[in-house]
Design a protein around this ligand. Structure first.
Ligand code: B4P
Length: 175
């Protein structure tokens, strides 16, 4: 099964994606991690990605779509996978659509997002960068969700509960 964990930054999508991939024993693709790894390279591309991520903006659609398409081609789509962080815009879907069977969308308030991210304290969790990330992603995620409502099975999840409660809901839905 091809599963997407979607939501705004801080909604818990990565947390749930890791747990689910372990439990189902299927490959996990995380664009955030791939891009952070690429951003450590001391070449032109690495520096460009670092610049974008430092500001809390989205990396170019073309580039991210190409990375994901390549990764899935290497893995073989037929085995099933869990995706975290892609697509984040409809433009990305137009460039490459992984054709998910199920999409879990984690719903959360802005206040709770801020609480969680400030507590986590990653380099891009400062108030200014979080504002940028939310601005860059809110409208886009709304459009992405609209697309999948027509093209996949979408399950909306109340993400303001414990990690375990959310995981159980997702897991049960897949049984
Ligand atoms: P990501 O790495 O995907 O990071 P994120 O959106 O901030 O959320 P993350 O998944 O890490 O956190 P989670 O909600 O699980 O992206 C980083 C950057 O990469 C983007 O800003 C962008 O620049 C770039 N990027 C990635 N994909 C891209 C794409 N497709 N196109 C363009 N650019 C792209 O958890 C957050 C915190 O909440 C954690 O500390 C966790 O412990 C906590 N938490 C989780 N669940 C909780 C719960 N139920 N209760 C309490 N706390 C919880």
């Amino acid at each position: 099964m091809r599963i997407l964990l979607a939501g705004l930054p801080g909604s818990g999508k990565t947390t749930q994606a890791i747990k689910l991939a372990q439990e189902l024993n299927v490959p996990l693709i995380r664009t955030g991690d791939i891009l952070r790894e690429m951003s450590t390279k001391e070449d032109g591309l690495g520096r460009r990605i670092k610049d974008i991520m430092d500001k809390g903006a989205l990396v170019e659609d073309d580039l991210v779509a190409e990375i994901v398409e390549k990764k899935l081609a290497e893995m073989g789509k037929e085995t099933g996978f869990i995706m975290d962080g892609y697509p984040r815009t409809v433009e990305q879907i137009n460039r490459f659509d992984p054709e998910f069977d199920v999409v879990f969308y984690l719903q959360i308030s802005e206040q709770e997002i801020r609480n969680r991210l400030f507590k986590r304290g990653r380099f891009d969790d400062t108030p200014e960068i979080v504002n940028h990330r939310l601005k860059a992603q809110e409208e886009n995620m709304f459009d992405v969700l609209g697309y999948y409502k027509k093209n996949a099975q979408v399950h909306l999840i109340n993400a303001e509960r414990t990690i375990e409660e959310i995981h159980v809901e997702i897991y049960k839905f897949l049984q």
